[in-house]
Design a protein around this ligand. Sequence first.
Ligand SMILES: Cc1cc2nc3c(=O)[nH]c(=O)nc-3n(C[C@H](O)[C@H](O)[C@H](O)COP(=O)(O)OP(=O)(O)OC[C@H]3O[C@@H](n4cnc5c(N)ncnc54)[C@H](O)[C@@H]3O)c2cc1C
Length: 310
Amino acid sequence: MLRPFTLHRPDTPEEACALLARLGEDAAVYAGGTELLLLMKLGLLRPRHLVDVKRIRPFDGITDGTHLAIGATVTHRTVERSALVRARCPLVASVARHVANVRVRNVGTVGGNLAFADPHSDLATLFLTLDASVELVSPRGRRELSLADFVRGPWETAREPDELLASVRLVPWPPGTAAAYVKFGVHERPTLGVSVALRLDGADGDGERRGGGARVADARVAIGCVNPRPARVPAAEARLTGVAVTELEDVTGAAAEAASADTDPADDLYGSADYKREMVAVFVRRALRIAAARARGAEPAARFPHAVVA
Ligand SMILES: Cc1cc2nc3c(=O)[nH]c(=O)nc-3n(C[C@H](O)[C@H](O)[C@H](O)COP(=O)(O)OP(=O)(O)OC[C@H]3O[C@@H](n4cnc5c(N)ncnc54)[C@H](O)[C@@H]3O)c2cc1C
């Protein structure tokens, strides 16, 4: 049962931050409430004040420029449907379609997902391959942090108590990038997420592949859910960089093994550390094969039990 609380509904970031500064530990930021209200119902959190950030206008937009900025209170459903996101970061829209269930997607926000820092987040994993940074506001002003520095560990971020997450900024991949996101899970939340992006040189400005001539100029591989926090895997990326598109299939096994060796999972309800390492090898290989096919201009009909391919 929920204990009584006072709901504050500020209209500006300044008002919201002032409330957080004044109310201190008695207050919690409230967006869609999909995580927060669950914790409150379980009695794990007992804030006496909720500061609702959904009326703060600058937080609810998606804007384009050198980067794509997604406001903290934008819901997964809005990301999925946004023409701008589909045009600039199509994989982000595709992944949003597979977050949780429709009830959570309708109210759950991008900011809530990142600020909660549940290790089982698809967004944090995917965003690492888009050089994401977050914008934080507080009574002291604004600051920007890379997503890798913002998420410190399970349910832990670099956010100060009086700070609000305002937006996440993504650097869209250039045309001619072949990418894939694969998630696996038998529970409601994913057990594993793998994001892969291969920027090809020798691809023309319209993103058309040049077939045999193209090489991987830059590789991004991020693993989520198995480690205490999502992380890029440089050892796997190094195996892929410089490889010709025609030879990608030959290195997927080695890159997947490198990714597995680079993970640091713990035994938990989602599986043993050994099981997770094995799953990382399997799913990185699968994600790379899908990206490699896309690099050749093909769309593989990849279907794996309990897995989603975006
Ligand atoms: C059943 C279920 C399945 C799920 N499956 C998936 C999945 O498949 N993939 C995936 O990625 N995620 C999944 N999630 C997580 C889901 O994406 C998040 O619950 C949702 O995005 C959180 O957003 P919210 O607005 O509801 O956050 P809230 O519950 O309102 O807040 C979450 C936390 O973030 C803080 N917070 C919120 N907004 C801000 C802000 N602007 N600034 C600072 N702090 C803030 C709150 O104080 C709270 O601590 C699942 C969740 C559920 C309940």
